[in-house]
Design a protein around this ligand. Structure first.
Ligand code: PNS
Length: 177
């Protein structure tokens, strides 16, 4: 029987519980699922490619048909390279639909044999995004329950030195901390 390899592309900066929910769902319907982390060329990510890969590998370890890779350039070229026939994308709300539809149709134009498959994460994650997690963490808010404990820890390690520096500089000026 034909085995289906799918890729789940994204920035994953950082990965959230919503991403993991989708990976679990994808691992059940595809024979092989490759989480493909984009090496962002336009924006500067919070976590380096190596850091994002490391966290994703640790968190997807339980699913034996899931592997992690990185890519740059066109997603469809990467899909052809790894012989994937499907692309998994998550849709949280109607607001995601327009962008996702545009991307899926453009990818279909570029690679007609590659099918985009949309899945919905659990309702509890429908408002969750990496961008909001980054913003909340950078402003000192709690991200517990939104990301795995490992990611929470790495966010703390990455952002704490900045807070410590802030403390030092304010105390040096003599102003109240
Ligand atoms: O997690 P994101 O940022 O929503 O993922 C977007 C991603 C990585 C799927 C998309 O930006 C992408 O495929 N980038 C690779 C470049 C590419 O193929 N662009 C053409 C899209 S039609």
């Amino acid at each position: 029987m034909k085995k289906v390899t799918a890729i789940y592309p994204g920035s994953f900066d950082p990965l959230t519980n919503g991403h993991l929910d989708l990976i679990e769902r994808g691992s059940k319907i595809f024979d092989r699922l490759i989480v493909a982390i984009l090496r962002n060329t336009e924006k500067t990510p919070l976590f380096s490619l190596a850091e994002r890969r490391d966290m994703m590998e640790a968190m997807t370890e339980p699913w034996k048909n899931v592997s992690v890779d990185t890519f740059e350039g066109l997603m469809v070229d990467y899909a052809v390279k790894v012989r994937a026939t499907a692309v998994l994308r998550g849709i949280r709300a109607i607001s995601d639909y327009e962008y996702e539809l545009q991307m899926a149709l453009m990818n279909r134009k570029l690679a007609p044999n590659l099918e985009t498959v949309f899945m919905m994460p659990a309702e509890a994650y429908s408002y969750l995004s990496s961008r909001l997690v980054r913003e909340i963490a950078q402003l000192g808010g709690a991200v517990k329950g939104l990301v795995p404990d490992l990611v929470q820890q790495r966010l703390r390690e990455k952002l704490e030195p900045a807070h410590r520096f802030e403390d030092v500089s304010t105390s040096r000026t003599g102003k109240k901390k």
